[in-house]
Design a protein around this ligand. Sequence first.
Ligand SMILES: NC(=O)C1=CN([C@@H]2O[C@H](COP(=O)(O)OP(=O)(O)OC[C@H]3O[C@@H](n4cnc5c(N)ncnc54)[C@H](O)[C@@H]3O)[C@@H](O)[C@H]2O)C=CC1
Ligand SMILES: CC(=O)C(=O)O
Ligand SMILES: [Mg+2]
Length: 564
Amino acid sequence: MTTPNKGSRPLYIRYAGPVLLETPLLNKGSAFTVEERQAFNLEGLLPSKIESIDEQADRAYQQFSAFEDDLDKHVYLRNIQDTNETLYFKLINNHLVEMMPIIYTPTVGLACQKFSQIYRRKRGLFITYPDRDRIDDMLQNATKQNVKVIVVTDSERILGLGDQGIGGMGIPIGKLALYSSCGGISPAYTLPVALDVGTNNQELLDDPLYMGWRHNRIEGEEYFAFVDQFIQSVRRRWPNALIQFEDFAQANATPLLKKYQDKLCCFNDDIQGTAAVTVGTLLAACHSQGTSLKDHRVVFVGAGSAGCGIAEQIIDHMVADGISETQAISQIFLTSSKGLLTDDLPLRDFQQKFAKKKSDVAEWSSSGDKISLLDLVKASKPTILIGVSGVAGLISEEVVKSMYESCEKPIVLPLSNPTSKVEALPKDVIAWTEGNAIVATGSPFEPVDYQGKSYPIAQCNNSYIFPGVGLGVIASGATRVTDEMFMTSSEALAACSPLVKGENANLLPDLGDIREVSKYIAVQVGLKAMEQGVATKVEASVLEAAVEKNYWMPEYRSYRRTSF
Ligand SMILES: NC(=O)C1=CN([C@@H]2O[C@H](COP(=O)(O)OP(=O)(O)OC[C@H]3O[C@@H](n4cnc5c(N)ncnc54)[C@H](O)[C@@H]3O)[C@@H](O)[C@H]2O)C=CC1
Ligand SMILES: CC(=O)C(=O)O
Ligand SMILES: [Mg+2]
């Protein structure tokens, strides 16, 4: 017979019979006890053996292991999630290293691309443009009543895979799975949302199975008005919910963040979360080299949401380290598809401050035209190279070897996801630099063996940051997410680096330690929120207790029946 969680109170529920078995947040399947089977009209609906969650997880793991194809594994896990959420998270937590690449990058990318083909059951909310006058009603239809975290996408820039229409829903689902698994936020409080504003992906528009609104994307004022209708409806329904903007295209990501960041509890994961994990990784790398971030010259391949977000936070750190902002900017170089950002190019607002004076750098161009990545590396002699372009292979052998000529210990971070979009393969970067580069990637890679030595490859992905930030926001009751809270999360992550702690040669903590890391980040972020006046001040010990109290673990609770 299963025993309820020690210390957990029984849950009083109204559902019974098949409806209870069909309710993923409450279903326990074969783990319903004899008493519960009697009380909830379940007798005869289940095999007679009463199982523990561990027995159920063992069976599920055997079934999972029988699949050879990663997308099949993904579909299998999503099916468990949609039938028994507690078991799903038990399974994920038991096998996080093996299953994270299946529920998150890289497999989630393919799941988004094939969303309409692999679709089984409902999850989350699809808010479609033609229904925009009924968003309040749609939020009432959500199966979750007390939503604390929403991850929302409009699916225009899904990882490095571009416009995925309704299929982008896979990303909020995957991100929120990590909120629960790594950040301890109960799935009862999370809601994935896809804003269906159409798609410009012709393949999807031509696909008879495509399940989204068959229309080109709504743009401009209509688009922003629609997003605002959604935001205002959320504020009416769940005024304190944290909203994470995810995988919006460059043209909309920054304007939406600027519009809402001071008005509600929200952040953009690709801009701020990515900046935090990258700076955290760089701080750990600097520590291992005995350098300071302000000593470095940084070249970016990609000058979009992620690139400019990271550059901003690096500048903040360099300034905090004691150099002027002008000096910090002079050490940072961003390239887009048009080459180095220079003041003669048409630039977005958020790119302007990074543009170099064309007259100062014109001679760097080998073609007499745009300044290519190779031109830039030769001229600026970077010590850090960051790929956030979504284009595979841009960090070439020539580029890395040129960097290595003037930098003994290059730091190379090809961060684009999924794996198919990585700017350089870790094994190549290690070989091109004779084993001297520090490498981290956005998607997971096996350790690299080079000349008899093994080089672990850290996964520099915002998944190290957002679960802890979310937990910190919820535990502290923060009403805003400030840039300083993200800066704190970087430092907290770096402090957890095994390299910084002197434990082993890994740059970022093992996934096995991710729960403790998220709790640590949560406490530091909560303390920063209080310092900044966006959360009510309490003692650190009270906040720590709130983080523990809010930390959900997947165990079944005992049920009592409430009157109908
Ligand atoms: N590891 C992580 O945690 C994260 C990784 N990313 C990855 O970063 C990539 C970019 O994301 P965003 O910045 O949001 O996209 P974005 O669309 O805002 O920016 C992409 C940038 O790459 C540039 N680019 C495209 N082709 C190029 C070329 N041939 N040479 C140089 N630059 C080129 C574009 O001009 C643009 O500046 C995606 O693949 C995404 O998966 C994004 C967020 C987090
Ligand atoms: C990791 C992530 O957020 C991205 O690649 O967009
Ligand atoms: Mg993203």
